[in-house]
Design a protein around this ligand. Structure first.
Ligand code: PRP
Length: 209
């Protein structure tokens, strides 16, 4: 009996766009991944891979529960919410950094209020510096918070720096570098090793050239 396609959980958006050329380099044609349609399950041209198109935050959940064999997840998501996943490969795509940013001028109080989509990363970072900070969770458009008095600073991802610049904010500290990594369900990685291992090897070679 054929083992069926490997299932990969993919974050919709910027990372999916960067993934298609990487897959091509690895010998997997998947032009359908970028088709502008609402279908949430798509296939590679040769039918060897099945892709689930998800919100980035949901990728590790699908993989941890075994609904997908593998997934592609930002380190930001993996750092913020701990998962029991194998991480065989850094894909070197989706590169950005987690930073503390704030207004160009103005005093930051000794106990600052921080707006972020990443409350755990923010709390741990300020605690590690011995600074007491109040962390306020927001879902997006984080750069707005210091402009309207919701927070003194933000903790967020910066890629090109355009969003900060257009909102008159500046980067103050880099917390860590972020990129997308391949994650795998621990049991399925062993069970489907004969299929998974060649794909990981091809992806590794593609990231190294
Ligand atoms: C992300 C991130 C920043 C922006 C950084 O937001 O949270 O806001 O991209 O990119 P840049 O440095 O290239 O400008 P996203 O576009 O995912 O939307 P969101 O604000 O709704 O989270």
């Amino acid at each position: 009996m054929s083992p069926g396609p490997l299932t990969l959980a993919i974050p919709k958006g910027r990372v999916a766009k960067a993934l298609v050329p990487l897959l091509e380099k690895a010998g997997v044609a998947a032009p359908g991944l970028l088709a502008d349609e609402r279908r949430l399950v798509r296939e590679s041209e040769d039918g060897s891979l099945r892709f689930l198109l998800l919100k980035p935050d949901d990728v590790p959940t699908y993989v941890e529960y075994g609904a997908a064999d593998l997934g592609i997840s930002g380190r930001d998501v993996l750092l913020e919410r701990r998962y029991d996943l194998y991480q065989p490969l850094d894909l070197g795509i989706g590169k950005c950094r987690m930073v503390v940013a704030g207004p160009r001028s103005g005093r930051v109080p000794a106990r600052p209020r921080i707006a972020t989509k990443y409350p755990r990363i923010a709390s741990e970072y300020f605690a590690s510096k011995g600074i007491q900070a109040d962390v306020v969770y927001v879902q997006g458009s984080v750069e707005l918070a210091p402009l309207v008095g919701l927070a003194n600073l933000i903790v967020d991802l910066v890629e090109t720096g355009t969003t900060l610049a257009e909102n008159d904010l500046v980067e103050r500290e880099v917390i860590c570098d972020i990129s997308s990594v391949l994650v795998a369900n621990r049991s399925l990685f062993k069970l489907r090793h004969a299929q998974v291992q060649p794909l990981v090897a091809k992806l590794r070679a593609a990231t190294e050239t």
